[in-house]
Design a protein around this ligand. Structure first.
Ligand code: IPE
Ligand code: IPE
Ligand code: MG
Length: 245
């Protein structure tokens, strides 16, 4: 392997179909999917990948049956509790990206605990997107900027010397990004979706502007470290031109 991408983001899709194909309950697919996630996280750390972002639950996933959602959240609590020692041992910094509102209390608690106790780790930055929407993240950034601007402006209006400066607001890429929930995440180099669908499903819209896209038919529970390495090898063969010739 020549070099590894700085930021890999994965849409972990296909758990339900994996289970249904085997005549199992969808939940068993999610359980097996959690095993795959564990293995890919470990592999990423060993390979020296600095940023790994996993899509675990989208805002649209609220449409699923109650039973599936509650078992998924319980699985997240269980997996995260069990993996905490591994995160610490492997120097992994954990972040959750998404809206904590509406998530079960015990899930928020373990997420916050994991974020806190791993805050000084820096070998691998692991972000898990839960209750996440790429569109909402953009809208929330705009709302935050507007709110700060209006507050700032009304403060400064008292001082007539500053009034001119605040008469208009101009955004640029980096200022906009700074106000996003995922402000610390760098641009995504490699975006991978398992499970055969060729769509983005509202994932990281801003940061995938120049990502290399990879789609595999492999269902997430069957996704292996070997296939991951093959994709990383193929990434090295791609020529990233960024609009240049
Ligand atoms: C991805 O697997 C996990 C979540 C979206 C939570 P799915 O549950 O979407 O699996 P399929 O696409 O139905 O097979
Ligand atoms: C995308 O998978 C979301 C996650 C993997 C968490 P979905 O299964 O929800 O996506 P759609 O509905 O097929 O687009
Ligand atoms: Mg799916």
């Amino acid at each position: 392997m020549l070099n590894v991408p700085n930021h890999v983001a994965i849409i972990m899709d296909g758990n339900g179909r994996w289970a249904e194909n085997k005549g199992m309950d969808r939940f068993q697919g999610h359980q097996q999917g959690a095993e795959t996630a564990r293995s890919i996280i470990k592999k990423s750390g060993n390979l020296g990948i600095k940023w790994l972002t996993l899509y675990a639950f989208s805002i649209e996933n609220w449409a699923r049956p109650e039973k599936e959602k509650s078992s998924l959240f319980s699985l997240m609590v269980k997996s995260l509790s069990e993996e905490l020692p591994l995160l610490l041992k492997e120097g992994i910094r954990f972040r959750m990206i998404g809206d904590k509102k509406n998530l079960p209390e015990n899930l928020i608690k373990i997420i916050e605990k994991a974020e806190y106790i791993t805050r000084n780790n820096s070998d691998l930055n692991l972000s898990v997107c839960v209750n996440y929407s790429g569109k909402n993240e953009i809208i929330e950034s705009v709302n935050k900027i507007l709110k700060d601007f209006i507050q700032d402006r009304s403060k400064r209006m008292d001082d007539s010397r500053d009034k001119e400066k605040f008469d208009f607001l101009q955004l640029d890429d980096s200022f906009f990004k700074k106000n996003m929930h995922s402000s610390e995440l760098p641009e995504v180099d490699l975006l991978l979706r398992t499970g055969g669908e060729k769509r983005i499903s509202n994932f990281l819209l801003w940061d995938i502007a120049y990502s290399e896209l990879f789609f595999t038919d492999t269902l997430w529970p069957d996704f292996s470290n070997d296939e991951f390495c093959r994709i990383l090898d193929e990434f090295n063969l791609r020529e990233r031109r960024y609009g240049n010739v």
